[in-house]
Design a protein around this ligand. Sequence first.
Ligand code: FES
Length: 90
Amino acid sequence: MSSPVVANNLPKRVHLEAGQAYFFCVCGRSANQPFCDGSHKETDLKPMKFTVQESGDFWLCCCKHTENRPFCDGHHNQFTPADVGQERPL
Ligand code: FES
């Protein structure tokens, strides 16, 4: 099983529109963080489709180790800048 890459050791604040479908990058290899760009094809990981109920700004996980996908839950605190770009097992 593939491990996610730590795309960043900080979350990213993004504006999301209610009812619109988004694809959250789970593999950490997308160049369009925190969203999927198709780079997961080299792995056995799949993006996560999601919507929000209300439009607004949200902090989305970029370390890929949150237990509350796609939202940041603080798990990025276990990573340093040296982990960014590296595979880290869940
Ligand atoms: S960026 Fe992943 S838990 Fe915060």
